[in-house]
Design a protein around this ligand. Sequence first.
Ligand SMILES: [Zn+2]
Length: 411
Amino acid sequence: MNLLRRHPVAIALVVLLLLTAIHPLPALVDAVTGSAPGDADLDRPMLYVIFAPLSDTLDAVTFFSLARAVWAVVVWVLLLAAWGAIRASSDSLSWRRIVASALLGPLALVALVVAALLLPRPVPRLVSDGPGTVIDYHAHTNASHDGRPGWTLAKLAQWHERQGFQATYVTDHNVIYDGSLPVPEGTSISLLPGVEWSVYRQHVVAIGRVEALPRDSFGESTARMIRMFAVIERQGGLSIASLPEYWRYHEEELSAFVLGGVDGFEIVNCAPKALGFPSDLRRQVVALAASHDLVVVGASDNHGWGQVTCVWNVSHPGAQGFHTNRVFARPLALVQGDWQAWTAPVTQPWFMLRSLTWAERASWLTWVVIILLYRALPRREGQAAGLGILARSLGRRSRETPTPVPNQTPT
Ligand SMILES: [Zn+2]
């Protein structure tokens, strides 16, 4: 009881880590069948597992749909601010310190989001036993208007290589990558030619050696837009309807896409706007593609932000049609479309914890114990020897006063 009163957060975390182990989620889900694949798995580097609480949290921040991210940030900011303020006022601190304490949690949250976008870190990679190429069908460089500045082909290639990809199409917005540039030094990734055309309420990923086309002539109506599929085919390329646009604007017109000659559909796309794609619609699109022998693909849609992809493809090079490509996604990404946005502050950590392997769970528990020891021991034994300066300074700080505000520091 004493432990529970002193460390409610740590105890709640331990209970959650054990509860979520009862019904865990697989590392990967086949987005077509909905079940875990037997011939593909995620390989997590040692450092990723050692720092699992940070690694898993940053992955979970990366795999938010836009609507769920907004809810999670607003609710967590309010809760952390209230918690900080209540803690400070129960210690009867001045109002300035109460405000400082209330800001601490929200600032930590902002730091976490920035770290998810920018911090280089160890990442999981796909390992596949079966035949085929691990490939990405849709990714951007700084040649796109919304690509991260400085996000060169070389950086894109390294990003893919770290995660187990062997090849990626380079599909910048309305800028053709013709595949003629040499493979960047230090990587073995094949960079394949492609483009992402913006046309009437739809983005069309064209892969292969495609050429420029009069993009404006495919504007203003769905009927005009779908004529682009035949043009891409005549150029020798394949056309793939991208998410989220066909879900947002053409949900009722997908059979017209098929009649127009589209070669495939994205069924998973890791962009925050596309991650909310619901499972029932994914099943409908998979059924449509299967009945017309069209390809279904996953797309990182990487623009240079974030360190991890939510999806990989294993494809048989040269083949076409429904059975030539398999799509393996992280389960946390797939549930984004199935839960109401307002549940995100609770369901995001819940599904993250359910996705942990036993090694990651052991790492989380170890970190909880380490932090409890650092916080508890000096408190019990005063200036306890043996735990080092960090323990003593942490203990002293938490028992006495918070760090002084800089402009109040005596000079
Ligand atoms: Zn894109």
